[in-house]
Design a protein around this ligand. Structure first.
Ligand SMILES: Nc1ncnc2c1ncn2[C@@H]1O[C@H](COP(=O)(O)OP(=O)(O)OP(=O)(O)O)[C@@H](O)[C@H]1O
Ligand SMILES: [Mg+2]
Length: 466
């Protein structure tokens, strides 16, 4: 980045210098040319009135007077010739050109009637020459030739060039300093973010990026840290889940092992004891199977892949659940009621089996955790966009602090009692996952009777309405 900056600046400064110097020297030369033409024309006009070809001496003095007056204080060489290139006057008397032929291209063009100029290089620098004709009564009778050394202009141009180079070098230096500073400000946090990202990929979620610096960098740092927090929480959950699974599987396995050992160590056990031990083992195996089946269901929901969506009549589904659990409710002497919704349209677009399992889990919980002789009421309320399923019981209720936790995996309120009653602690976790897969919500609130109300809210999509 720094190299690009410097390269672009260098090229820009170089082009700027070349262009400006070119324009400047062109302007200075053209201004000087105009001035020289003006002088030559004034001389030409002044001497045309004093032209006297009869008396060379008088003529010389007149020409000398006019030319010296106009060129006084300059380093301009002035030569006046007649129309056959013979020098009538030369202010550089040392050259001894008076009376001799003075041939120059510009003078030739002037004697042809066209004023002209030219520039050429000498050992002393460049020289600018102009020549204009001298006319008397419309006839070209001679020419004025002026030559000026342009070293002053060359000096000015080279002074300005030197100043521009110094200025450009200074500017370049400042730009390099700023570029180094800027790239340090930008690259340092990026290097730090890269290091943090590498640490995350190595599984070190404790690292955090520095969120100081420019607004964009701070935002990037915050996003990275947020991702770190989320990954950390996810990793924590994963570890807990693995340890919970091991713990849950260990208990029935330990039970089976104990039963096996007892049976092996028993001397001549009778058939009834063997049958009793095997019956206990079978119960533990059932429990293991139940946990494994629940875990498989959860893992399928986690992958979210096999959704079998169809148009589902939600009131018929709930009625089916209540119907299938009526025997269980009767055994516990629980009054299981169901309120059929008044609205006609109770269809949603859903995976029938998954929603059935959700409703089943919360109704079976309500029956299981409500003491004998209680009430469990299931109702469905559908509006244009939402379908709400409520299961209310008058059981012990769930304390506020536990209301969110009951949806966690393996979470049981009264752990040992729930375990004894065969609960895996996965029913509500499965229900929540399935509801979320349908873009719905699930919550638990207190019932006025002291029990709980579990509420599942599912959106009614356009395809569900058809
Ligand atoms: N209606 C309810 N009233 C009181 N407590 C409840 C109710 N529903 C659930 N709970 C509590 O929430 C815990 C979690 O319920 P969840 O259905 O997830 O697991 P479980 O019923 O123990 O096991 P599983 O459903 O897998 O057989 C239960 O152990 C129970 O303590
Ligand atoms: Mg349950």
């Amino acid at each position: 980045m720094l190299t690009t900056y410097v390269a672009v600046t260098l090229i820009t400064l170089f082009l700027m210098c070349v262009y400006n110097i070119g324009i400047l020297s062109e302007n200075l030369y053209s201004e000087q040319t105009t001035k020289l033409y003006a002088k030559a024309n004034i001389i030409s006009q002044s001497i045309s009135g004093a032209w006297d070809s009869n008396d060379e001496k008088v003529m010389y003095l007149r020409l000398e007077d006019v030319t010296d007056r106009l060129l006084a204080g300059t380093n301009i060489r002035g030569v006046v010739t007649d129309n056959s290139y013979s020098v009538l006057f030369d202010n550089n008397s040392e050259a001894g050109m008076t009376g001799k032929v003075f041939m120059r291209d510009v003078l030739k063009r002037a004697l042809d009637g066209e004023q002209s100029d030219s520039k050429f290089e000498t050992d002393n620098g460049s020289t600018l020459t102009v020549a204009v004709p001298v006319e008397v009564d419309g006839e070209i009778i001679g020419g004025v030739y002026l030559a000026e050394n342009m070293s002053a202009i060359a000096d000015t141009v080279s002074t300005i060039r030197a100043s521009l180079i110094v200025f450009s070098a200074l500017l370049l230096f400042i730009i390099i300093l700023i570029s180094i500073g800027t790239s340090y400000i930008i690259t340092r946090p990026i290097a730090e973010f890269t290091e943090v990202a590498r640490a995350i990929s190595r599984g070190d979620f404790s690292r955090r990026a520095n969120v100081k610096g420019t607004r964009e960098m701070a935002q990037m740092g915050q996003a990275l840290n947020f991702m770190c927090d989320e990954l950390n929480a996810l990793d924590e959950k994963r570890k807990n889940f693995v340890s919970d699974v091991s713990h849950e599987l260990k208990t029935p396995m330990a039970g089976i092992k104990l039963l096996c050992d007892s049976l092996v160590q028993a001397e001549n056990p009778d058939m009834e004891t063997i049958r009793e031990f095997l019956g206990d083992m079978s119960e533990e195996i059932d429990r293991l199977t139940r946990i494994i089946n629940r875990l498989l269901t959860l893992s399928r929901l986690d992958s979210g892949a096999d959704m079998n969506m169809s148009r589902v009549d939600i009131s018929a589904l709930c009625a089916g659940v209540v119907e299938s659990l009526s025997k269980l409710a009767k055994e516990k002497d629980i009054e299981l009621t169901y309120e059929i919704p008044e609205t006609a349209d109770n269809y949603i677009n859903a995976d029938y089996d998954k929603i059935y399992e959700c409703v089943y889990n919360i109704v079976v919980n309500a029956i299981n955790y409500t003491p004998d002789g209680g009430n469990v009421n299931t109702r469905v309320k559908c509006s244009d966009s939402l379908c709400v399923i409520e299961v209310e019981d008058n059981g012990p209720g769930i304390p506020d602090a536990e209301k969110l936790k009951v949806f966690d995996r393996f979470y049981r309120l009264d752990d040992s009692r729930a375990r004894d009653t065969g609960g895996t602690g996965l029913g509500l976790a499965i229900t929540k996952e399935a509801v979320l897969l349908h873009q719905g919500t699930i919550e638990v609130t207190d019932s006025p009777s002291g029990g709980s109300i579990f509420t599942i809210t599912l959106p009614i999509t356009e395809s569900g309405k058809e």
